[in-house]
Design a protein around this ligand. Structure first.
Ligand SMILES: [Zn+2]
Length: 488
């Protein structure tokens, strides 16, 4: 009896040890078995069952802390925060991201919906979230009264996180008094605007002293100063870059140059980048952005079509396409359309050759992406296709020119988030405790689909977009609206 008992006891210990040794996987298996009884599959094919997290994204390649990590797990808590793990996590809902990239949600720092935001914001946000963007900041224009902007918009549902800069151009239009302009620009920052923004090319009566005063206010409140530079012509564009450098050298402000491919570096990009590089090496803080298209679009009524524009751009009437229609301008229709206000036309692809413009800028450590666009109408908007296809096109373009996926994501997530600190401090990276803004995409197929003829098209390869822990877009369908305001 005794012997037998001892033998039995030894046997029990052996079994117990063996169980202990293999317990993690056994337990995980048991857990899975338990779950499998209660798991159902929803219409998207995602498993819904019991687990520690509200949602778990598994089998994907995570872009976290600047690196791609294969087969890591991403958990999302009930309050919409992230948990990054190298080992399996259990979720009530599970998304299988096999073969996909799981990225922090893309960020657009130069979104544009300033024309009539109350009327257009739902359409605008729809084409942003479907392009993989989770945070959409209007820093080219923004709002002249940020407090009023937020009082109005914070009550409404949003598909993406949103924020604005102080719209200096509008303050200048409203007030002739310099003191009043400065007072309201400062108030805008106190009200939480994430940047100061001005466009001296559009208001050339802004002299350097006034431009510098806004820089000093921005510096005092630790906010970046977004500039559409003073010049875009071949002979003067570098003067605009030098003015921006002087502003940061004299005030210490962080300068961001809007769309340097169309203003500041269209003709002399290499020189323009060299000036910035040298200034940064001496301690200046200058960043810039580009949009990934080789053509611009602007209103036919604008000054860009004044004088001998055909000679200036080396194009003719039929090269101009009316955005959203597919219609070409002709010598007959030109004088009629030119008088009609608000008609956006696009110049042909290649007018700003990639290899001489954005491809150079993307090689630097201070350039990132910004759309400078937004879709404002349906079914076919008279808006540049970048309003719908910017982010997916940007990633495809990076891969096409030999940048790595990490480099592409750095330029559309990491650098933009870093620029907007501390307002974006818990976004822009897949890190424990950060907000769950996540974009799952297929690196093989991601690309913009929007065209000049029809800008209103969702991008390809964007599988799922999660905003603050809620699925906002999946398999072509718009879902929950969980966007939050981004304020300083
Ligand atoms: Zn601009």
């Amino acid at each position: 009896m005794k012997k037998l008992n001892r033998r039995k006891a030894l046997k029990d210990i052996a079994i117990a040890s063996a169980t202990l040794l293999v317990s993690p996987s056994c337990m995980a298996d048991d857990h899975k078995k338990d779950n499998s009884k209660k798991v159902t599959v929803n219409s998207n094919g995602d498993k819904i069952g019991e687990g520690d997290y509200k949602m778990v994204i598994k089998n994907g390649t995570l872009y976290t802390e600047g690196k791609l990590q294969k087969d890591w797990f991403l958990g999302i808590t009930d309050d919409g925060k992230l948990k990054v793990s190298q080992t399996a996590l259990q979720g009530k809902q599970e998304i299988d991201a096999t073969g996909k990239i799981v990225s922090p949600g893309f960020i657009d720092i130069l979104a544009d919906n300033a024309g009539n935001p109350q009327q257009t914001y739902t359409i605008f946000e729809k084409y942003k979230v479907s392009d993989g963007l989770t945070t959409v900041l209007q820093m080219h224009g923004g709002a002249e009264y940020p407090q009023k902007f937020h009082e109005y918009f914070d009550k409404l549902p949003h598909r993406v996180n949103y924020g604005v800069s102080v719209f200096v151009m509008r303050l200048r239009l409203a007030y002739a008094s310099l003191a009043k302009r400065y007072e309201l620009a400062e108030r805008g920052l106190k009200e939480g605007a994430v940047a100061m923004a001005h466009s001296p090319e559009y208001q050339p009566d802004t002299n350097y002293t006034e431009l510098k005063e806004y820089a000093k206010i921005a510096q005092r409140y630790n906010r970046p100063y977004f500039l559409h530079l003073r010049y875009s012509s071949e002979d003067k564009e570098l003067e605009g870059v030098k003015e921006a450098i002087r502003l940061t050298e004299e005030t210490g402000v962080q300068i961001h140059i809007d769309h340097i491919n169309s203003t500041g570096g269209t003709f002399n990009m290499a020189k323009s980048l060299e000036l910035i590089q040298n200034a940064n090496a001496k301690g200046s803080k200058i960043t810039c952005c580009v949009y990934p298209y080789s053509y611009w679009a602007t209103y036919l009524i604008s000054e860009r079509f004044g004088g001998d524009w055909r000679k200036r751009y080396g194009i003719t009437y039929e090269d101009l396409e009316i955005v959203g229609t597919g219609e070409r301008v002709t010598a007959q229709t030109y004088p009629i359309y030119r008088k009609r206000g608000g008609l956006l036309v696009a110049v042909p692809p290649g007018t700003m050759p990639f290899e001489k413009t954005i491809n150079l800028a993307l090689q630097t450590d201070f350039c990132m992406f910004g759309s400078d666009g937004g879709i404002e109408k349906e079914p076919r908007a008279n808006s540049h296709p970048r309003g719908a296809g910017f982010a997916a096109t940007a990633i495809r373009h990076c891969l096409n020119i030999g940048l790595t996926l990490e480099q592409a994501l750095e330029r559309i997530v990491t650098r933009p988030a870093k620029l907007i600190q501390p307002a974006m401090k818990d976004r822009g990276d897949l890190k424990n405790g950060n907000w769950a803004d996540v974009t799952i995409f297929d690196p093989k197929t991601i690309n913009g689909k929007a065209t000049v003829a029809n800008p209103n098209q969702f991008s390809e390869g964007i599988d799922c977009v999660i905003v603050n822990g809620e699925i906002a877009f999946q398999n072509g369908k718009l879902l929950k609206q969980a966007g939050k305001p981004i304020r300083y």
